[in-house]
Structures are given as C-alpha cells and as structure tokens.
Design a binder for this molecule. Structure first.
Ligand SMILES: *Cc1c(COP(=O)(O)O)cnc(C)c1O
Length: 213
C-alpha cells in the first residue's frame, strides 16, 4: 500500500472544503507517520486504549477524532486532548463528557451520532430525538454540539445508502440554524455518495491504509 499516493488520489478527487479524517485504527505508528508526513493531520480511532497509546507517542499537532462507541468510564482518558468526538449516542455519555470536560476546563466539540442504518449493532440516536439532545446539551457549559455523524447500512444496495445519507443531510440542513457546521458521513466504500448528499467530513480507513486484519 502506498499511503502517500492513496491520499493524493483521494484529495485530487474531492473539494478542499471536505475534511478527510484518516481512520488509523489497527494501523501502526509508522503508518500514521507516513500519512502525517504527507500533511495529513486528522486521524480517527475507535478504541480508547489504542488512541491514548498512539497520541502519547505521536506528534502533538495531530488532531485526534474519536469515532467509535465510547464507554462512559473511559471518557476521562481522552478529554485532555481529543479534538472531536463523533459518536455521542446517549444522554449518559453527554453528562459524563461535560463533567470530565469541566474538570479539565476544556470545551469538547462533539457530533450527535444518528442511527440511519438498519443494523441493530449500530449505535446512535433516532433522528426524531435530535431536538431533545440539543436542548439538553445547550444547558451544559463544556460540551459543544457541532453537527451530526452517521453510518450507512453495510450493503451493496446503492438505493438504501442513498436514502440513508439523504435523510441525514435533510436533518442536518434543518439544523444549520442551530449553528451546525459538520456533517460526518462517508467511509471508504461510500464517501462519494456521502459527498453528493452534503457530507463535509469523511472518515476513510482502508482506502488510505489498506485492508485491516
Ligand atoms: C472503521 C471506521 C471507518 C473507516 O472505515 P473504512 O471502511 O476502512 O474506510 C469510518 N467510520 C467509523 C465509525 C469506523 O468505525
């Protein structure tokens, strides 16, 4: 895998307004550094332990994104340095992030994860609850909701993915009045469809680093 040429190829295809998060889960520090040396500064991880090991060993100007299901008891470990939590999926988690952020005196940027996929295993709030989540978060001083994140159903059926992305984009557009800025949507297999449906942040793993074991 040539990480540099993979990155260049992707970036040549997309607008500069779309932020690429290089999803480095399971990948080594050397592989991350290879991407970093090409100017890629944003990386995504989905396991707290792995993230803290990597963040302590790697350059301090990396922006780390948490993209997986986050357990409450692990929140405190990432609060000192995390750039954006994409995967806020419960009120309990919101409370814990706010509490730990207050202790660190850091305002934490977060996205509400919306469950657009049909799989039971996927996390997120139903889109009908976004109002409630937003009202709740507005009362908290150390959490800043910047937008929405979603994952499509794992399928080859283009129509299903299209419908899910278009629904999330509709919800996002309605929220721009609440100062929503980020729509994190699209992975290696579906990022082009996500961009066509309004995504401005894509989370790419295998297309940059190669398949994971
Ligand atoms: C692993 C992962 C990705 C990247 O997946 P690829 O298919 O390798 O691009 C993106 N988003 C989330 C939430 C992930 O867990």
């Amino acid at each position: 895998m040539n990480i540099k040429s993979n990155l260049e190829k992707i970036k040549s295809k997309i607008s500069k307004d779309i932020k690429v998060i290089a999803v480095s889960k399971t990948k080594s520090n050397n592989e991350i550094l290879e991407a970093y040396n090409c100017g890629q500064l944003s990386f995504g991880e989905n396991k707290v332990q792995e993230l803290i090991e990597k963040s302590s060993a790697l350059p301090k100007d990396i922006e780390w994104h948490f993209i997986g299901h986050l357990q409450r008891n692990k929140v405190k470990f990432i609060i000192p340095f995390i750039h954006l939590i994409h995967s806020v999926d419960s009120f309990n988690l919101i409370d814990e992030i706010n509490k730990r952020a207050e202790k660190e005196n850091r305002i934490i940027n977060c996205l509400i994860q919306v469950k657009i996929a049909s799989e039971e295993s996927k996390f997120g709030f139903h889109y009908s609850r976004i109002d409630e989540v937003l009202e709740y978060s507005k009362k908290l001083n150390y959490i800043n909701i910047k937008g929405l994140m979603g994952m499509s159903t794992f399928t080859n059926n283009y129509k299903i993915i299209e419908e899910e992305f278009s629904l999330l984009n509709k919800v996002f557009q309605e929220r721009k009045k609440d100062n929503f800025k980020i729509l994190s949507m699209g992975m290696s297999n579906d990022y082009e469809k996500a961009i066509l449906n309004g995504s401005n942040m894509i989370r790419l793993g295998s297309i940059i680093f190669g398949k994971r074991n």
